[in-house]
Design a protein around this ligand. Structure first.
Ligand SMILES: [Zn+2]
Length: 131
């Protein structure tokens, strides 16, 4: 399935199902491919910010690939401490950006981190599973 052929209306399974009253994640955040646990429930805060993430690829294909195929994503889990993650990997720096990938199967990017802001790690809701 191509990355851009998402026809499911996101509003139906709206964030209320995933976000508690305190704005935190109700469910664990998992890798879509291998089910590796990225975040425990309550570890992240829901936030809206437009971030560009390249299309999902294996890490080896991601690094050094400078084509701009990908998605602008808005809904993210914001984590302010790297040690809040259960499992996460990073790509090599792309400028001052690191992309987050699954620590186990290395699929990604599932999220975005700017080296200028050490307390902001973004995980895109569209790039992970919730359980
Ligand atoms: Zn994985």
């Amino acid at each position: 399935m191509a990355a851009h052929c998402s026809v499911v209306e996101a509003a139906v399974a709206g964030p209320e199902e995933l976000v508690c009253e305190q704005g935190r994640n109700r469910k664990a955040v998992l890798c879509q491919r291998c089910g590796s646990r990225v975040l425990l429930p309550g570890a992240a805060t829901f936030t809206r910010r437009e971030l560009f993430l390249p299309a999902m690829k294996k890490k080896t294909a991601l690094v050094g690939d400078n084509d701009l195929e990908g998605d602008v994503l808005q809904d993210h889990w914001l984590v302010d401490d790297m040690f809040s993650f259960e499992n996460v990997g990073f790509t090599k720096d792309v400028g001052n950006i690191k992309f987050l990938i699954c620590a186990d199967c290395e699929i990604g990017p599932i999220g975005w981190h700017c080296l200028d802001d050490k307390k902001s790690f973004y995980v895109a809701l569209d790039r992970v599973s919730h359980e």
